[in-house]
Design a protein around this ligand. Structure first.
Ligand SMILES: Cc1ncc(COP(=O)(O)O)c(C=O)c1O
Length: 410
């Protein structure tokens, strides 16, 4: 164990090492972020993830994470992580293509491919890197990507890195997508990419129609199911299962750090695509393999999900309860939506005031600002989980009503 004194390293100042002009220009940018209400700082969280956390020294009911099924602190996952660490050690200290490919990786990849009913799977260090890796490897300057306007930043960055021509599709607009598919028939490769469940809006892409359109126009489909995996579909296989298109999405990516309670990213696709990524995806090739504890954790999470389907049921019961009650209180909320509930405040300062009003009443839901959401749509993003109990939800609803009135949102 490290004692408190040992963690107190001598403070060193990097600032004098920066050239003066660079330091001044960085400071000017930071000042303008502050003036626009867009400056960010890290909050201090003490203790484990769960329905209650301590944030900046305040005990609060937690509505800001993505541990939707409450698996991050499940005893079986913790035990799996400990056992893997004892067997394989903490770090791998090598890339998969060098000496890092121990036997847990193919086990998890086979399990994921089977779970998603795909031919093959490949692990990435994070969901962010999975999107970067797929897009930068599969498309280039002769290709066109059709990308939804609200896609996650990792898809946006993957598109940029790929140098493909990007056509932004207005959010969930099938007619616009079809017009663009019609117009861009001559590209070498064409790929339509969407989030399955939008991380900041909580709405779901019309996957069945997107797949149908893509098949008709001979265009590859790529879906980021980070927030749908474990949540959507009868058995939690995700958005494709819910939309009845399991096995018809060409490439699915996702994060293992949300409902699965672990860490890392995945891609499921055909064997050819996976073999191509192993050879060409730089965010896969040039990085160390995930620690064994992480891989073992996700393997166990998939087993727990199968053994405890009541967690998904509880998540949906809680979601429905919150959405209906929020609507009764006066918030503009669709009662039939998902576990991600946006309460749009419209300006950054108001969103952060709303967040602070909530925290002072013992509820933590993060204020979300540009560039995580478009300017003028700043919001509180509430995430409901299976671990919340009814009493937590009722306390939160009272706080939300009071805070909403304090910032004149209701
Ligand atoms: C839709 C979406 N894709 C990708 C990611 C990145 O996943 P990870 O945190 O595993 O890098 C996130 C979450 O941060 C996300 O919300």
């Amino acid at each position: 164990m490290i004692s408190a004194n040992e963690t107190k390293m001598p403070v060193t100042h990097n600032a004098p090492l920066l050239r003066d002009t660079m330091a001044r220009s960085l400071q000017r940018e930071l000042d303008s972020l502050k003036a626009e209400g867009l400056h960010r700082r890290l909050r201090q969280v003490d203790g484990p993830q769960g329905p209650r956390i301590s944030v900046d020294g305040t005990e609060a009911i937690h509505f800001a994470g993505s541990d939707y099924l409450g698996l991050a602190c499940h005893p079986r996952l913790k035990q799996a992580a400990c056992q893997a660490t004892m067997r394989y050690g903490c770090g791998v200290a090598s890339a998969r293509l060098i000496s890092g490919n121990h036997d847990l990786y193919p086990q998890l990849e086979e399990r994921l491919a089977c779970f998603k009913q795909a031919e093959a799977a490949l692990l990435f260090s994070t969901g962010y890197q999975a999107n970067l890796g797929v897009l930068s490897a599969l498309v280039g300057s002769q290709d066109v990507v059709f990308s939804d306007a609200l896609n996650h930043a990792s898809i946006v960055d993957g598109c940029r890195l790929s140098r493909a021509q990007v056509r932004i599709v207005p959010h969930n607009d099938l007619a616009a997508l079809e017009r663009l598919l019609e117009r861009e028939r001559s590209a070498r490769r064409r790929l339509v990419v969407v989030d399955s469940l939008y991380s900041m809006d909580g709405d779901v892409a019309p996957l069945a129609q997107i797949v149908e359109l893509a098949e008709r126009y001979d265009c590859v489909t790529m879906v980021d199911d980070s927030h749908g995996t474990g949540v959507l579909g009868k058995t939690g296989r995700g958005a494709a299962e819910a939309a009845g298109v399991l096995g018809r999405i060409d490439i699915e990516t996702g994060s293992l750090a949300k409902a699965l309670g672990g860490f890392g990213g995945y891609v499921v696709a055909s064997r050819t695509v996976i073999e191509y990524l192993i050879n060409r995806a730089r965010p896969f090739i040039f990085t160390c393999a995930l620690p064994s504890a992480v891989v073992a954790t996700v393997l166990e999470a998939l087993a727990v999900m199968e053994d405890e389907p009541e967690r998904r049921q509880r998540l949906w019961d809680n979601t429905r309860y919150m959405r209906i009650r929020l609507r009764e209180i006066g918030f503009d909320v669709n009662p039939n939506g998902t576990q991600i509930i946006p309460l749009v405040a419209g300006e950054p300062e108001r969103a952060m005031r709303f967040c602070q009003e909530l925290l002072s009443r013992g509820v933590f839901a993060q204020g979300i600002r540009y560039p995580s959401v478009p300017r003028g749509t700043e919001r509180i993003r509430l995430t409901v989980t299976a671990s919340h109990n009814r009493a937590d939800l009722d306390i939160a609803l009272t706080a939300l009503a009071e805070a909403g009135r304090a910032v004149q949102l209701i």
